[in-house]
Design a protein around this ligand. Sequence first.
Ligand code: ADP
Ligand code: MG
Length: 249
Amino acid sequence: MNPLEEHLKRLKLSHIPKIYRQEAESAAQGNLSHLAFLEKLLEAEVAWKTEQATRRRIRQARFPTVKTIDTFDFAWPRSLNKQLVLKLMDLEFIPQKQNILILGPPGTGKTHIAQSILYKACCGGFPTLFTTAIDVVNDLHAAMADNTFPQKLRSYTRPAVVLIDELGYLPVDKKGADILFQVISKRYERGSIILTSNSAFKDWGKIFSGDNTLASAIIDRLVHHCEVLTIEGDSYRLKGRKKKKLVSG
Ligand code: ADP
Ligand code: MG
C-alpha cells in the first residue's frame, strides 16, 4: 500500500483507492485542472458512500420483498386516491411525524403501496423498519420473558418510519393489544407509522380481543396526525387468476 492509499484508508475513503489511478490518467489526457480532478474524486466517493448507506438502510428495513411504485397499476383498484399516494411519496409526512393508514380488502395493494413508500424513505435517508402486527406482538412478548423488553421496544421506536403490516389479519389477545398500544403511543408525535389493515375502524375492537376502549385509544393516537388511504376493489391476485383462466380456457 502506497502512502496515498494509507492516507485514504485512515480517512475511511474506500472508493477512491479503486478509481484514482484511472481517473488520474484520464485527467492528464483531458487536461483536467488539479482542482477539477480532486472534486471529481471526492464526488465519486460521496456518491458511493450515499449508495452504500441507502443499501444498508434497505437491508436494515428487513423488507420481505422489494416493491416500488413503478410496478403499481393504478388502473386496477376500483377506488384509490392516486394523488394522495403520489403526495405521500414526497416523504413530507416523515419530518412532520405523521402516520399513514392504508385500509382495504385483501389483495388490493395495501402492502405494495406501503412498501413503496418505505423504500422511498430508505432512499431518502430515513432509517425504517418493515414488520407485521403479529411479529411486533410475538417479538415483544418474547422479550418480556427474557428481560430484553426495553431494548427490543427501542428497535420499534427508533426508526423514523415503521411499517406495521396486516393489523387485524389475526386477532391479538389482551397482552398483544397492550404491546401494540405501547409501540403506537411511544411513537406518537415522535416518528411515523405506516399501518395497513383490512378491518374498518368500527371493527378494531374485535381485533383487540373486544377491548373497545383500547381500540379507541389506539385509533385516537394513530389518526391525530394522519393520512388515511382507503382502497376499494377486487384482489389483484384474482386478476392474475382470471387472466390464466382465459389463457388456458
Ligand atoms: P394487500 O396487502 O392489500 O393484501 P398486496 O399489496 O400484498 O395486497 O398485493 C397482493 C399482490 O398483488 C402483491 O404481489 C402486489 O404486488 C400485487 N398488486 C396488488 N395491487 C396491485 C396493483 N394495483 N398493481 C400491481 N400489483 C399489484
Ligand atoms: Mg398485505
